[in-house]
Design a protein around this ligand. Structure first.
Ligand SMILES: [Zn+2]
Length: 185
């Protein structure tokens, strides 16, 4: 367990497990310092392997999307991770594979075909042959993508801060806190 300072961002706790016997490895990231005042939406323009080495911190409340592939991975599926664009893309593909074990012989042929097309596209993305947008959406605002021109964001990044909806505040448990304060006053 290690407290790590990410330049131009903040401190995070990285929890890593390495098994000496079987070689199993995990790492999970927890962002400290609570919830940011606004939600965060980051679009990364992934044009090829040059964009793969950017550091990405995906918090435990952050969803991942690739609009070009009609793909969305919810926050819980990958948990909190400190990785690179390449690592995140690979993890997204592996997540779909492990969730796709339900395709037996009886599975809908049309659905199977759709998944095969999807994997073909995803492999192209991972080889840097297909141009896509990797979107991070974090209502808690605790995610981060490395800029290639720090401290200002570069042309390959589009960063938007937004007001959370009531439902998003509800999911983060923020509405309850307000109600308690009103009762006290
Ligand atoms: Zn082991």
């Amino acid at each position: 367990m290690k407290l790590t300072d990410i330049p131009f961002f903040k401190q995070v706790v990285i929890m890593a497990t390495n098994c000496d016997i079987c070689g199993y490895r995990t790492n999970e990231v927890k962002t400290g310092g609570g919830i940011e005042p606004k939600g965060l939406h980051i679009e990364i323009n992934v044009t090829g392997i040059d964009d793969f080495s950017r550091d990405v911190l995906k918090s435990e409340t952050c969803s991942l999307l690739i609009p070009e592939l009609d793909l969305e991975v919810g926050p819980a599926a990958l948990g909190g991770r400190f990785s690179t664009v390449e690592g995140i893309l690979t993890a997204m593909r592996d997540q779909i594979i492990s969730g796709g074990g339900m395709f037996g012989d009886s599975a809908d042929a049309h659905l199977k075909e759709r998944f095969q097309m999807f994997f073909k596209d995803m492999d192209k993305v991972i080889r840097g042959e297909k141009h896509v947008t990797l979107v991070l959406d974090d209502p808690a605002g605790n995610s981060y993508v490395q800029s290639l021109t720090p401290p200002t964001p570069d042309d390959g990044l589009k960063i938007t801060h937004y007001e959370r909806t009531f439902d998003q505040n509800e999911e983060l448990g923020l509405n309850d806190i307000k109600v308690e304060n009103y009762e006290e006053s």
